[in-house]
Ligand binder design. Structure first.
Ligand SMILES: [Zn+2]
Length: 141
C-alpha cells in the first residue's frame, strides 16, 4: 500500500500498540486477573472488568475468520487501493482483530487461511499491523 494513506493516531490505550508496530511487534492486551486476551487495546478487561492488564507480544500468526473485498473506497485516500481485502483475523493467542490482507495473492483470501502479520509503513514514522497469507509474498514490510 502507500505512504499517502492516513497515519494512526495513538491514544493512551493504544500507545504501546502503535509503538510496538513501529518496531515490527504486534502487541495485544492480556488480563492478569482472568487471562483473557483482547483487542482493541483498552484499559478494562472486556470479560471481568479488571484494570490489571499487561501487554504481550503476539506471535503474529492467525486464521482468517471472515473477510470482505472492498471495491469502493470509503475514504478518498483509499481510492487507488481498491480492490483490497478487509479481514477478521483470529490470532493464535485467542483474540480477533480486523486488518487488511496484503500481498500479490490477497484477493485469493479464503476463510480459514493461515496468515501472518506484516507491518505496513505509513508516512515516515508509523506502521500499521496488516497480514499476508502464509503462502503469500510480503509487502509492506
Ligand atoms: Zn479479565
Amino acid at each position: 500500500m502507500s505512504q499517502n494513506l492516513p497515519q494512526p493516531i495513538a491514544n493512551p490505550d493504544s500507545q504501546v500498540y502503535w509503538d510496538g508496530a513501529r518496531e515490527n511487534r504486534l502487541m495485544i492486551r492480556k488480563c492478569k486477573s482472568c487471562g483473557t486476551v483482547h483487542f482493541l487495546p483498552r484499559y478494562l478487561c472486556p470479560k471481568c472488568w479488571s484494570t490489571e492488564l499487561e501487554w504481550i507480544q503476539a506471535s503474529g500468526r492467525g486464521t482468517v475468520h471472515s473477510y470482505s473485498i472492498v471495491r469502493r473506497a470509503a475514504l478518498p485516500e483509499f481510492a487507488d487501493q481498491v480492490p483490497y481485502v478487509l479481514a477478521l483475523i483470529d490470532l493464535d493467542e485467542g483474540t480477533r482483530m480486523m486488518a487488511n490482507i496484503l500481498g500479490k495473492d490477497a484477493l485469493e483470501t479464503r476463510i480459514a487461511d493461515r496468515v501472518e502479520v506484516c507491518f505496513e509503513q505509513r508516512g515516515d514514522n508509523a506502521k500499521v499491523p496488516q497480514f499476508v497469507r502464509q503462502s503469500g509474498t510480503k509487502e509492506g514490510n
